[in-house]
Design a protein around this ligand. Structure first.
Ligand SMILES: Nc1nc2c(ncn2[C@@H]2O[C@H](COP(=O)(O)OP(=O)(O)OP(=O)(O)O)[C@@H](O)[C@H]2O)c(=O)[nH]1
Ligand SMILES: [Mg+2]
Length: 264
């Protein structure tokens, strides 16, 4: 039986946050991740978890759907079913055509007042979720970014080359795209009100949706919360030369966007 998400939100008088998790070949991570997110639910907030899988050959969608089905069954048996403060659903796309389109599809089918985006490979610790949500609820018209480069943030397990590429990308964003107020504009772990996203036209094809949001919404307050990014332990990296080329092409597109909007 499908849960009607809209109904749940309307009957509960509380904020809702939609956590969007893109997946491609994350069958080794997805169950543990969902368990951890459930352990880290914020009180007085309804959490809608949406997995967007691009028909992963390793069966991520099937693994996640089995998890959802057994979760629904065990919740039905539980006495405090009505008190359940989360829902989980999976969107399985037919083809893999980029991370940003996958994320946008998740956002489109979500219902939350706020949207939080995170990876499935445990590089983004689920323990950070309540801290991000708390900051966002106290600063409701802002973007809250879990940051590797702000004071006390760090990266564990990346080789020198990967660090260098990431830092260089951040410097390009800062000086090339005028994103001066953020140390980690390439973070994939952040949250914001749905209305900010709804008012933007996201049209780059790349990997880094936050960068595009920052370039296109300059006046919105930004908060960075430090965290330790850990390289994935399970599953394979999707980072390759095509990701770097996509990045360069997005930066060029966003640079032109910035110049056109300055002229106006
Ligand atoms: N739906 C979808 N998810 C993707 C796609 N590419 C990557 N992902 C997911 O997006 C998140 C980030 O991808 P990662 O492969 O971890 O990228 P990364 O963190 O830059 O690199 P590694 O951690 O080294 O792999 C993970 O949850 C991936 O499973 C895609 O094309 N479609
Ligand atoms: Mg990763």
């Amino acid at each position: 039986m499908q849960t009607n998400h809209q109904e749940i939100f309307e009957t509960k008088n509380m904020y809702t946050i939609s956590i969007i998790i893109p997946t491609y070949n994350e069958s080794e991570n997805i169950i543990r991740l969902l368990d951890k997110i459930k352990e880290n639910l914020s009180s007085n907030v309804f959490t809608e978890i949406i997995i967007v899988d691009d028909n992963s050959p390793d069966g991520t969608s099937r693994v996640a759907q089995n998890y959802i089905d057994s979760d629904v069954r065990s919740n039905r048996k539980s006495a405090n079913f009505e008190e359940k403060q989360y829902s989980i659903k999976i969107i399985t796309r037919k083809i893999k055509n980029g991370l940003i389109p996958a994320l946008l599809e998740g956002v489109k089918s979500s219902h939350g007042d706020y949207v939080l985006i995170m990876d499935a490979d445990f590089s983004h610790p689920p323990e950070m979720i309540p801290k991000i949500i708390e900051k966002l609820l106290h600063n409701s018209n802002s973007i809250v970014i879990a940051s590797r480069y702000t004071k006390d943030g760090s990266i564990v397990g990346w080789p020198f080359k990967r660090r260098l590429i990431s830092k260089a990308a951040a410097v390009i964003a800062k000086f090339g795209l005028n994103v001066h107020n953020v140390t980690d504009p390439m973070s994939g772990f952040f949250a914001l009100p749905r209305t900010i996203l709804q008012n933007l036209k996201i049209d780059t094809k790349g990997y880094k949706i936050l960068l595009e949001i920052l370039v296109k919404s300059k006046d919105i307050p930004i908060f960075e919360i430090p965290y330790t990014f850990r390289d994935r332990k399970s599953g394979k990296s999707k980072m390759g030369s095509s990701v770097i080329l996509d990045y360069i092409s997005s930066v060029w597109q966003l640079y032109r966007y910035g110049r056109n909007h300055q002229k106006k």
